[in-house]
Write a protein that binds this ligand. Structure first.
Ligand SMILES: Nc1ncnc2c1ncn2[C@@H]1O[C@H](COP(=O)(O)OP(=O)(O)O)[C@@H](O)[C@H]1O
Ligand SMILES: [Mg+2]
Length: 268
C-alpha cells in the first residue's frame, strides 16, 4: 500500500456474540481504498458474519465500523440507506428475479434509487452488461442463461449505481472451476478499470491468491494473519500452511464429534 492510499473501511474491536457464543472475537481490520481485500478461512469461522456487519445487516455486540469516514454502528436507518448507496453486494444465493429480463434485473436499483429517465436507464444497463461481458443479453430471461452468466448479471446489478465498494460472499460458490476463474477475472477487471474497492469472502485458496492485494485469514472469529499473497504463502503459521496445502493432517484438529464418530465406525 503506498502512502496516498486511504482506508475506506476501518473495523475496530468488532465483537459479535450469538446467545453467549462469540462468533467474532475482537476484529481489527483496515481495508484500503481501490484494492481487493480477500477474507479467507474455513467454514464457520465467521466470514459471512463479518461481511453482514460491514453492510449493516447485523449490529455488533461491541466495536466500531467506519465506512468512508462514517461510523455505521448505531447509525439511523436513513443514514444507513445513504451509506448503502455507496456499495454493491454480490451475496450467496442473491438470485435474479426470474420473471424479469436480464436488463430489467440490472435496472432495478436504478429504478428504486434514482429518478433517471427510462432512456438513460437503458443506456446504463447496456454499459453495465458490457462491463461483465454480456453485451446484447438484455432481453434474455434468467432461465435462458447459464449459472455463470446469472452471476455476471447479478454483478452488473451490483455495480448499477456506480458503487465505491463491492462486497462479495463466496462469488465462486456453485460454479465450475473455469467459470469461477472467469468471475475472479471480472472482479480484477472491475477493480482495476473502475478503481472499485472489493471485499471478497471465500474459502477458495486459489481464488484468493489470484485476485487479492491483501489477504486476511480468519480463524474462530479472530484474525490469524494478514498480508499479500506472497506473505501468506511464506507464512510460518502452521494453521495457515495447512490451509494452503489442504492437507487433512496438521494444526487443524478434527472436530471432537467427528473423531468420536470415526472411532465409533471403526469399532463396529
Ligand atoms: N444469526 C445467527 N445466529 C446464531 N448463530 C449464527 C448466526 N449467524 C451465524 N452464526 C454462527 O456463526 C458461525 C459463523 O458463521 P458464518 O459467519 O456464516 O461462517 P462462514 O461464513 O465463515 O462459513 C457459525 O457457527 C454459525 O452457526
Ligand atoms: Mg459464509
Amino acid at each position: 500500500m503506498n502512502n496516498e492510499t486511504k482506508n475506506i473501511i476501518e473495523i475496530k474491536n468488532l465483537v459479535k456474540t450469538f446467545d453467549d457464543r462469540s462468533v467474532l472475537d475482537g476484529i481489527n481490520l483496515e481495508i484500503p481504498e481501490g484494492e481487493i481485500t480477500v477474507i479467507m478461512g474455513g467454514s464457520g469461522c465467521g466470514k459471512s458474519t463479518l461481511l453482514r456487519h460491514l453492510v449493516g445487516l447485523l449490529t455488533p455486540t461491541e466495536g466500531s465500523i467506519m465506512i468512508d469516514g462514517e461510523n455505521i454502528v448505531g447509525i439511523s436507518e436513513n443514514g444507513m440507506n445513504c451509506v448503502r448507496r455507496k456499495f454493491g453486494m454480490l451475496f450467496q444465493g442473491a438470485a435474479l428475479f426470474n420473471s424479469l429480463t436480464v436488463g430489467e434485473n440490472v435496472a432495478l436499483p436504478l429504478r428504486e434509487h434514482t429518478d433517471l429517465k427510462d432512456t438513460i436507464i437503458q443506456i446504463i444497463v447496456k454499459v453495465k452488461l458490457e462491463l461483465v461481458g454480456l453485451t446484447g443479453f438484455e432481453h434474455f430471461m434468467p432461465h435462458q442463461i447459464s449459472g455463470g452468466m446469472k452471476k455476471r448479471v447479478a454483478l452488473a446489478r451490483a455495480i448499477a449505481l456506480d458503487p465505491k465498494i463491492v462486497f462479495y460472499d463466496e462469488p465462486g460458490a456453485g460454479l465450475d472451476p473455469i467459470t469461477a476463474a472467469m468471475i475472479d477475472q471480472l472482479i480484477l477487471d472491475l477493480s482495476r478499470k473502475l478503481r472499485i474497492t472489493s471485499v471478497v469472502v471465500t474459502h477458495e485458496m486459489k481464488s484468493a491468491f489470484r485476485i487479492a492485494d491483501k489477504i486476511v485469514i480468519l480463524r474462530k472469529g479472530k484474525i490469524l494473519e494478514t498480508g499479500t499473497g506472497a506473505q501468506i504463502q511464506n507464512s510460518k503459521n502452521s494453521y495457515v500452511q495447512q490451509f494452503i496445502s489442504g492437507e487433512p493432517d496438521g494444526a487443524i484438529p478434527l472436530m471432537q464429534t467427528s473423531e468420536a464418530y470415526l472411532k465409533g465406525l471403526l469399532e463396529t
